[in-house]
Design a protein around this ligand. Structure first.
Ligand code: XMP
Length: 333
C-alpha cells in the first residue's frame, strides 16, 4: 500500500472480522514488499508502534528487529512491559537500550520547554541511529504512522503554525536512509485499536492513554533533576493505580501528574519539610485540539493526595489543574 490517500471505498474497521481481513491483506503486502530482508522498528510501547510490531512479527517473524529506547523519561513499569510483551511473550527480536544517562546528562540545566523537546527528539534519533549502524543487512524501516499523521503533515505543508514541536522517528541521518514500511498509515486511531485487539495485544496496551514522545520530560517542569523526575514517576504511578481502581481510567482520555520546580514549606514528623507540589491533570477530548476537565470525586482526590504525600519522597502538596484547552495546552510544556 504505497498511496497516502485513503480510498473513499475503504470500509471503516469496526469489528474483529474486518480487522482480521485487514491484517491478512497487510501480511501479504509486507511479505511482498520486504522479501527476506530485515526491517527495523522503533518500538516505544505506544499503541501505534505496538500494533505495527505485533503485525510485523506475524508477517515476518525474526526478520523484524525492534529497538526499544528507554530515554529515562518513561512512566513507571513501561519499559518492563515492552520487554515482557514483545521480548518474552511474542519472542520478538528485541534490542533494549537503556539510554537514561545520555538523555539526562544532555538535559541537565536546560529549562526552556522547546529546547528540552528538541534535545530529546534529536538524541532519540542519535541513539536509534547508533543501534541501526550496529545491525547488518537492514533495508527497511517500519513506522507506526497513522492517517491523522498524514493529514497533519499535509496541513503543515500548507503552512499552518504548530504550537509545539512534536517528537517522532523521522529525520534519520543520510547514511541511514531506509525504505519505509507503514502498515497502518491509512487507519484512524480507533481502527488501530481494533486491529491491535485482533492481533491479541492486551486491552491495557491497545487502550493505553496517549503519552507524548518526550515522555515525563515535559512533565518534570523546567530543568529536569533525577530526584524530581523520580518523585514525578512515583506520583504518576499512584494516580494511574487509583484511576484504575475507581474506573476513571476508562472514562478519562488523559490523566497525569506534572511536578514544577518550586518548593513549599510543609511539616512532617514535627519538623520542617520542604517539598514539590504534584499537579493532577485529567482531561477529556476528541482530537486533542480542545479539551475539557474531567471531574474527579473529592474522596478520590483525598485518597490520591494522602497516598502521594505519604508515599512519595519529596512531594508535600497535591494540586488540581482545572484549566481547559484552550487556554492551557494539555501538557504543561
Ligand atoms: P498539547 O500539550 O499540545 O498536547 O495540548 C496534545 C496531545 O499531544 C500529546 N503530545 C505529544 N505527543 N509527541 C507526541 O507523540 C509529542 O512531542 C507530544 N507533545 C504533546 C499530549 O500528550 C496530548 O495528548
Amino acid at each position: 500500500m504505497s498511496s497516502n490517500v485513503r480510498p473513499e471505498s475503504m470500509e471503516r474497521i469496526t469489528t474483529i472480522e474486518l480487522a482480521n481481513a485487514y491484517i491478512e491483506e497487510q501480511i501479504a503486502e509486507v511479505r511482498a514488499q520486504v522479501g527476506d530482508k530485515k526491517v527495523l522498528l522503533a518500538l516505544s510501547g505506544g499503541v501505534d508502534s505496538s500494533v505495527v510490531a505485533a503485525l510485523l512479527i506475524k508477517a515476518i517473524g525474526k526478520q523484524l528487529v525492534c529497538v526499544h529506547v528507554n530515554h529515562g523519561l518513561m512512566r513507571k513499569g513501561e519499559s518492563e512491559a515492552v520487554i515482557d510483551m514483545f521480548g518474552k511473550e511474542l519472542d520478538a527480536n528485541l534490542i533494549y537500550v537503556d539510554a537514561t544517562d545520555r538523555f539526562l546528562d544532555l538535559l541537565a540545566g536546560v529549562s526552556e520547554p522547546e529546547r528540552k523537546r528538541k534535545i530529546i527528539g534529536a538524541e532519540f534519533i542519535n541513539v536509534f541511529a547508533d543501534e541501526a549502524r550496529k545491525l547488518e543487512g537492514v533495508s527497511y524501516l517500519a513506522q507506526g504512522t497513522i492517517y491523522p499523521d498524514i493529514l497533519e503533515s499535509i496541513k503543515a505543508a500548507e503552512g499552518k503554525k504548530a504550537v509545539k514541536s512534536h517528537h517522532n522517528v523521522g529525520g534519520l541521518p543520510e547514511d541511514l536512509q531506509f525504505e519505509l514500511v507503514e502498515p497502518i498509515k491509512l487507519l484512524f486511531k480507533d481502527e488501530v485499536r481494533v486491529v491491535g485487539e485482533a492481533l491479541g495485544l492486551p486491552h491495557a496496551m491497545v487502550y493505553r492513554q496517549p503519552f507524548p514522545g518526550p515522555g515525563l520530560g515535559v512533565r518534570c517542569l523546567g530543568a529536569i533533576t533525577r530526584d524530581r523526575l523520580h518523585a514525578l514517576r512515583e506520583a504518576d504511578a499512584i494516580l494511574r493505580e487509583e484511576f484504575d481502581n475507581c474506573g476513571l481510567a476508562e472514562k478519562v482520555w488523559q490523566y497525569f501528574i506534572a511536578v514544577p520546580d518550586i518548593k513549599s514549606v510543609g511539616v512532617k514528623d514535627e519538623s520542617r519539610y520542604e517539598g514539590w507540589p504534584a499537579i493532577i491533570r485529567a482531561v477529556n477530548t476528541k482530537d486533542a485540539m480542545t479539551a475539557t476537565i474531567e471531574e474527579i470525586p473529592y474522596e478520590i482526590l483525598h485518597k490520591i493526595t494522602y497516598r502521594i504525600t505519604h508515599e512519595v519522597e519529596g512531594i508535600n502538596r497535591v494540586l488540581l489543574d482545572l484549566t481547559p484547552k484552550p487556554i492551557g495546552t494539555i501538557e504543561w510544556e
